[in-house]
Structure formats: C-alpha cells, structure tokens
Design a protein. Structure first.
Length: 99
C-alpha cells in the first residue's frame, strides 16, 4: 500500500509540473518538467522519481531497452537540468561583477 501511495504521489507531481507545457518532443517535455520542479526546490531524488512515475518517454525506454537504460536517461535529464540551473545562477552574478 505504501509503495502505491508513493508512486501515486509522484504521478500527481508529474501532472502538476507538466500542466500547461505543450511540447511534442518527449525529451524536451521531460527537461521542462524537471526544470520546473528543480526551480521549486525539489530534490534530485524526487525529480527522478517523478520522471519515472510520469514520463511517457521513460516508459518507452524501459519497455524497449530495459531498466538500466531508463535509469541512465533519468540521470542525464537530472544532470542537464542541474547544469542549466547552476549556469543561470552564475551568469547574473558575473554580470553584477562587471558593473
């Protein structure tokens, strides 16, 4: 029962963060949803579990290539979003120093 509730919670999180995003490319959708959650301060673990519970792309990868490839995909999304988040925070500081 606990596992079902946890999965349901992450599926609801996916629905919430994906709302209003009209992206045909599933990988881009995953990136945008993860970026929204990251911007809200969600942990990498929560974002990974949310992606796993809600992403159509991850379900396809899992069905075609197995769990290992799906996990690698999730890790790559998290890494990309984390990198984008860090670089967006660094840029304004650098600009302030130039002023």
């Amino acid at each position: 029962v606990g596992r079902f509730n946890k999965k349901h919670r992450y599926q609801q999180m996916w629905i919430s963060y994906s709302q209003g995003i009209h992206e045909r490319n599933l990988r881009d959708l995953d990136h945008q949803v993860a970026a929204r959650a990251f911007g809200d301060g969600k942990s990498c673990k929560d974002i990974a579990l949310m992606l796993t519970a809600g992403s159509t792309c991850i379900k396809h990868i899992h069905n075609r290539n197995g769990k290992q490839q799906a996990m690698l995909y999730v890790q790559q999304i998290i890494k990309d979003v984390d990198r984008q988040h860090v670089s967006s925070k660094v840029r304004p500081r650098q600009q302030e120093l130039e002023l």
